[in-house]
Every structure is written in structure tokens, then in C-alpha cells.
Design a protein around this ligand. Structure first.
Ligand SMILES: [Zn+2]
Length: 455
């Protein structure tokens, strides 16, 4: 059976309007001129539809095949100025932080008509254009021209709509205690370029990226129709984004989710050169381990190992290292689900054979990270070949290979870096398909891998 059409969906779900109209009539009959939420709903334009005769969205050609960002057009995504009729994207800038923006305006701490100045915020280094940016398929979850979307680059449009970047590019110095210890122990040499001094300061180039979804491309990546994608995003966000339904002509959506950060060790121009050797760690955030060093999983140790190997690779001739850090807490299930799973694991008896079952009982799935979208950032950077892949995940590996990027070698976390209580996780993951250079435990052996107890 084919999915319901957009028109059907609107008709079937447009049942609240008569109630609102009746309530508003009652207020008016009572002479109640007070601004109520209901009157606001009826007097403010909540959303536009593709049949409105006053819409004139700023052209945005995702698959323009042109390296000229002006010809391709900027993402325009808010209702300020003439944005109501001219926006070309659904959602809001800044991912999950967009809600704080609304709160700041409501709390009268931010002028709703504030016009940002991006003067002197230029990228501190250049990511050169490559054809992946404009083929319409290779990159569907970030805006490849997001760092160029500033009003100064679109002076003709900047007077009528608010243009904001979704990518920022800068440089920094890391002072990581684990890396500083390795430098002091002589395991990481001081070269003055990447490891700057004997204190272990590390020079990096880094890039922050917010999510911008090109809906036809996302749908194609998952083998579903664009309509199925739109309807389910609309419903599952509790109808927060009606234009997913009412504006099929708009193809981009800025979702309220975390973004990602690229940390580059060495020369960023090496990333797109397949004759150079790249060591890469693709890491999904785990605040409990990454920041607070909780010992239940291998996240922080593997991240540190990834940074260590990235530095060592960058210090070699023709070498470069990179860590890409995705805000996907608890396999994109969130920290609440994660802690509930921890509790259930401890109460049921934490053994490796039941590791994924505990998550599936609470979340319905074992993982929502959707690594299919992860290679977009690699394609944006022009990566064609990875020399050392510092990951055991079969999902990340498959996604990168499917994206047409080759991997020379996969490197598991060293055994001596695995915290004792995280053997449950690592044994279960290896059994389910994670890469290992060691042995894969049988199901009966998994029953004997014991983790934390409830106490
Ligand atoms: Zn973790």
C-alpha cells in the first residue's frame, strides 16, 4: 500500500481548527480583547503552505553542480524580517539550542529583531570545494556551504532575510591530561608543530557543524520516500514542524539535534589528498565516560587512543590525523535511556549475552545513531582513503565503505586500555560484528562475562 499523500494527511489531521475558531468566537463575543494564546493562534501565521500566493522562497539549489555559493543560494530558516514568505528551510538554526533562543527572546534578554554581525569571524583555514558538495547525494545531513552563509556574502538578500552560518572553522590548542602524560613519558614526541612543547600542548584545527538535512537525499539514503520521511518526522516531533507537511516545495530541514566537531591534527589540506596517510577516529559522544571517566564503557579510552594515534600519524611525513566527534549521546537514545539501561543491566545480572537486550527492552532498538549519515562530513572534507581507522564498529566501517571511501587498516582499542567493567560491552559488541584482531566469544562464553552489580 502506498503511503498517504501529503494532502490526505493534512485533511485527516486538521481537526483542531473548528475548536479553535469556536473558542475564538466565544472570546470575541465576550468582548475579551486580551491577547490570548487562542487569538494569537488565529491572528499569527503559524506556517505557510506551498499553495500560498505570497510565498517567494529564496532559491536554494542543493544539487546545483556549481561551486559558486551565490548561484547555489544560502539556507534561510527563520521568520524574522521577510523570512515568513522567503524562507527556504524548515526548522531553526543552532540545532537543539534554538529553543534557548526562543526563551531568551521571551525572557526579554534578546531583541527579536537583533541582527548579528559576523565581521571578523571568517574561517581560520580553508576547506576547498569538491564535487561532493553539489551532486545532491554525497552530502545530505550538513550544508556543505554552511561556513559561507553569512550576510556579507549575500548583500542583496541580507536586507530582507536573516542569513546564518551552520559551520564554523577555527584553530585551538588542546591541553588533555592523558596526552600530556604520554608526552611526559616520552610516548609522544615534541615536534613543535603538533605537540608544541614538553608540557604536552597540542595544536589543532577544528570545525563545528550543525545538522542541515536535505530531505530527498536523506530519504534516498534510507530507501524510503520523501513523503514517508516528512510525515514521520512531523508526527514524531509531536507535530512541531507543520511545514514538513505543508511545504513539500521546501527540501531542507534544520533538525533540533546535536551537531558534530572535527578535530584535525596536522595539515588540513592533506585530508583530501589520497596519497597522504590519514588516521581517523569517528567518535559518538558519551559524556559519562568522555568527560567524567565513568568506567562502564570504552568511550574515553578509545577516544584518547584515537587522539594519540592521530597525533602520531600527523607527525609522520605525509601523515595527518583526525577525530570527528558526533553529539549522539547514548547511541542517540539519550542519557536518560542510557542510565535506565545501566540499572536494568545491574538488576538482571550484567552479562555480555544480555547486553543489547537490555537496551532493546527500553528503547525498542539497540542503536539510533544511523551511521549512514556519518560519512557526509568525510565527503565534505574530500576524504577518499583512510589509512588507519581507529574504530571497531562494523556500522561505521560499512557506512564509510558504502560512501566509496577506502580503509587500509582497522585498529581495535588495545586490551590494556579497556576498563574492567566494560568487558561486557566490548565482548557483546565483538560478538555482534565489531572488528577484532582477537577471538570472538561464543554465546555461552558471553554469559560468563560479568559486569557491574546492583548495589
Ligand atoms: Zn560510553
Amino acid at each position: 500500500m502506498s503511503p498517504p499523500s501529503t494532502a490526505d494527511y493534512i485533511i485527516n489531521h486538521n481537526k483542531t481548527s473548528p475548536d479553535l475558531q469556536a473558542a475564538s468566537s466565544k472570546l470575541n463575543a465576550e468582548g475579551n480583547k486580551q491577547e490570548s494564546a487562542i487569538n494569537l493562534l488565529l491572528t499569527t501565521r503559524l506556517f505557510t503552505t506551498s499553495t500560498d500566493d505570497d510565498i517567494e522562497p529564496i532559491p536554494l539549489k542543493w544539487d546545483s553542480k556549481s561551486s559558486d555559493y551565490k548561484e547555489r543560494g544560502p539556507v534561510v530558516c527563520n521568520f524574522y524580517k521577510k523570512g515568513t514568505t522567503q524562507h527556504n528551510s524548515i526548522g531553526a538554526h543552532s540545532g537543539c539550542y534554538s529553543v534557548y533562543h526562543g526563551l531568551a527572546v521571551a525572557a526579554k534578554q534578546l531583541n527579536p529583531n537583533f541582527h548579528p554581525s559576523f565581521e571578523n569571524t571568517d574561517p581560520q583555514f580553508t576547506i576547498p570545494y569538491n564535487d561532493n558538495w553539489t551532486d545532491g547525494e554525497s552530502i545530505v545531513s550538513i550544508d556543505p556551504f554552511g561556513h559561507l552563509a553569512i550576510p556579507e556574502n549575500f548583500p542583496d538578500l541580507a536586507e530582507s532575510v536573516d542569513i546564518r552560518p551552520s559551520i564554523a572553522i577555527t584553530k585551538a590548542v588542546l591541553q588533555l591530561p592523558d596526552i600530556q602524560s604520554l608526552v611526559k613519558e616520552g610516548k609522544l614526541p615534541v615536534d613543535g608543530k603538533i605537540v608544541l612543547n614538553k608540557e604536552g600542548d597540542v595544536a589543532i584545527s577544528k570545525i563545528a557543524l550543525d545538522s542541515v538535512w536535505y530531505l530527498p537525499g536523506i530519504a534516498k539514503r534510507f530507501g524510503i520516500t520523501e513523503e514517508e520521511l516528512r510525515i514521520n518526522l512531523f508526527k514524531d516531533t509531536n507535530n512541531m514542524y507543520p511545514e514538513l507537511i505543508t511545504r513539500p516545495d521546501i527540501k531542507t530541514f534544520l533538525p533540533p539535534i546535536g551537531g558534530s566537531t572535527v578535530y584535525i591534527f596536522g595539515d588540513p589540506s592533506y585530508l583530501s589528498d589520497s596519497t597522504k596517510n590519514l588516521a581517523l577516529r569517528v567518535h559518538d559522544s558519551c559524556t559519562g565516560s568522555d568527560v567524567f571517566a565513568s568506567n562502564i564503557c570504552t568511550c574515553r579510552p578509545y577516544l584518547i587512543f584515537g587522539i594519540q594515534e592521530a597525533i602520531l600519524q600527523a607527525q609522520k611525513p605525509n601523515g595527518v590525523g583526525m577525530c570527528v566527534y558526533f553529539q549522539k549521546e547514548g547511541r542517540s537514545l539519550g542519557e536518560i535511556t542510557k542510565y535506565l539501561v545501566y540499572n536494568a543491566r545491574k538488576k538482571y545480572g550484567d552479562t555480555a549475552d544480555k547486553y543489547f537486550l537490555r537496551t532493546e527492552c527500553i528503547a525498542g532498538v539497540r542503536d539510533m545513531r544511523f551511521q549512514q549519515l556519518m560519512p557526509d562530513v568525510l565527503k565534505w572534507l574530500g576524504v577518499k582513503r583512510i589509512h588507519k581507522m581507529l574504530s571497531m564498529s562494523n556500522m561505521k566501517y560499512d557506512a564509510i565503505i558504502d560512501a566509496g571511501i577506502t580503509i587500509d587498516e582497522r585498529i581495535p582499542i588495545p586490551d590494556d586500555m579497556i576498563p574492567g567493567d566494560s568487558n561486557v560491552e566490548i565482548d557483546a559488541k565483538i560478538h555482534s560484528g565489531y572488528f577484532t584482531t582477537g577471538s570472538v566469544k561464543t554465546k555461552s562464553e558471553l554469559e560468563k562475562t560479568q559486569g557491574k552489580e546492583w548495589k
